[in-house]
Design a protein around this ligand. Structure first.
Ligand code: SAM
Length: 456
């Protein structure tokens, strides 16, 4: 069926939100699948869809709160496609200044027919027209007596996350965390020292400005360039030649704790898509001394593509549960970038807010403990485990490490001061842990990393 692009883009955004929120699918994966069915979509259309989908996920609770006052039934009782059409429409009206309100309403009404719920068109039309008037006032929850409800609505977070952080963090950290987690994150490119820029170019910032009209700024971390938008990888020679990878400063800092020497034999236990393994290799690790493992086939495919692009050949690539895969093998360094709740990267993956439950944190902590306990057998004496998670939740970080050290007196936590760039030393805690909360002034991802040295 041929559809005008105005309606089609909204229909795809509604479908994407429905896939993400009802089938628990990663937003990028859902969009990639939907885009594959629409080969005629222009880059401009895709960017518009991205913005509607990611923006709706960021501001979902606030928008639902507004609309729940306009409905004569609970918002949660709506068909998910209708709920998502209302979110997509409201997002355009409230947050996308360049979209005329009339178009936001009429195209979204057409889109709800397109996604298979034509009988909801009049409801969507009526609600979005009321939203567009922006004239109604609904009393907000009281900031003092209903603090959790207030912050959840105002910053668009689920109640359980707000309650957890409200009870655990200082008010300043709590408010920074909430307000900054809805900002669109910037991207950082990390130069790959082993691969020179094309045509003898000396400077990546100048090269990107010249070839892609992208402005960027160098960061304190060596070879790290921050930019608002990513280059178009398809037509960027420097990317195709493996001259840089996309890697947030926090991820680089965590990997830098490995402090690689030429004689190290290193296991990257949870390696895909390979960013930190590339970092280790680029900082002196011999490819033949690098073993990487991941149990997700599709992610391993990405890792292979990334390794090929940067010309990291000869690494030993294992597929499967790392505990099984490395039984009996020893390494001087093990990077355990463990599966986690990913609460530190909510601004990059706003769906996490709606897909996680408190149980997930406990389940992740249990799996991390299993991996730590088992891999402790695979480290040589005087060797180290670098434990990393993109989370700052206590069960996955400080508590996890304390439990590990209590059960493994042969290990000690090493002070990471000498391995961390001066500018970022402020993130090292008195407990010798690198602990980066989301919402930090440097605008880098939330991360946690420690060095665990095996003494006997
Ligand atoms: C945080 S991501 C790793 C990111 C990667 N280190 C990087 O920098 O690009 C965690 C990875 O662990 C993998 N994983 C989780 N449990 C695993 C296990 N038991 N064995 C092997 N891989 C596992 C997941 O598939 C996922 O790719």
């Amino acid at each position: 069926m041929s559809t005008r692009s105005g309606t089609l883009t909204r229909a795809i955004a509604i479908d994407a939100l429905t896939h993400v929120l009802t089938r628990n699918i990663h937003t990028d994966v859902a969009l990639e699948k939907l885009f594959a069915n629409q080969p005629n979509l222009r880059p401009l259309d895709k960017a518009f869809i991205y913005e509607m989908v990611f923006g709706s996920l960021r501001w979902l609770a606030k928008m639902d709160w507004i609309m729940s006052h306009m409905l004569d039934r609970p918002f949660s009782s709506l068909d998910p496609r209708v709920a998502n059409a209302l979110r997509v429409g409201t997002y355009q009206i409230y947050y996308m200044d360049r979209v005329p309100e009339r178009a936001a309403v009429s195209e979204t009404v057409e889109a709800i027919k397109q996604v298979g719920v034509p009988n909801a068109a009049s409801l969507v039309n009526a609600i979005l027209r009321r939203v567009a008037r922006k004239s109604e006032y609904f009393p907000k929850p009281d900031k003092v007596t209903q603090a959790v409800e207030y912050y959840s609505m105002h910053h668009s977070f689920p109640n359980w996350m707000v309650e957890r952080w409200y009870n655990q963090l200082s008010l300043t950290r709590f408010e920074h965390l909430l307000s900054n987690s809805n900002r669109i994150p910037k991207n950082t490119l990390k130069l790959v020292k082993r691969n020179p820029l094309p045509d003898g170019e000396q400077d990546l910032a100048t090269y990107l400005l010249k070839t892609q009209s992208i402005e960027s700024a160098w960061r304190p971390l060596n070879g790290s360039l921050r930019l608002e938008t990513l280059p178009k990888f398809d037509n960027c020679e420097a990317f195709k030649n493996g001259c840089y990878i996309v890697q947030d400063e926090a991820a680089q800092l965590a990997a830098s704790l490995a402090d690689i020497t030429p004689t190290d034999t290193c296991l990257d236990a949870c390696a895909a898509p390979g960013g930190k393994a590339i970092y280790l290799w680029d900082n002196g690790l011999e490819p033949s001394n690098l073993t990487v493992c991941d149990f997700a086939q599709k992610r391993l495919k990405l890792l292979r593509e990334n390794f090929e692009r940067v010309k990291l050949n000869d690494a030993n690539i294992l597929h499967g549960d790392v505990v099984e895969q490395v039984k009996g093998k020893k390494f001087t360094k093990i990077l355990l970038d463990a599966p986690c709740s990913a609460m530190g990267v909510i601004r990059r993956h706003p769906e996490i807010k709606w897909l996680r439950s408190p149980n997930d944190i406990q389940n992740c902590a249990a799996e991390q403990a299993r991996l730590l306990n088992s891999l402790s057998e695979n480290v040589t004496v005087n060797g180290e485990i670098i434990y990393i998670v993109c989370s700052f939740e206590v069960e996955e970080t400080t508590e996890q490490i304390n439990n590990f050290l209590n059960n493994h007196p042969e290990f000690e936590k090493i002070n990471p001061l000498d391995r961390v760039h001066d500018f970022y030393k402020k993130y090292i805690t008195r407990e010798n842990e690198l602990l980066i909360f989301s919402g930090n002034p440097d605008d880098i991802d939330g991360f946690f990393a420690v060095i665990l040295k095996k003494n006997k």
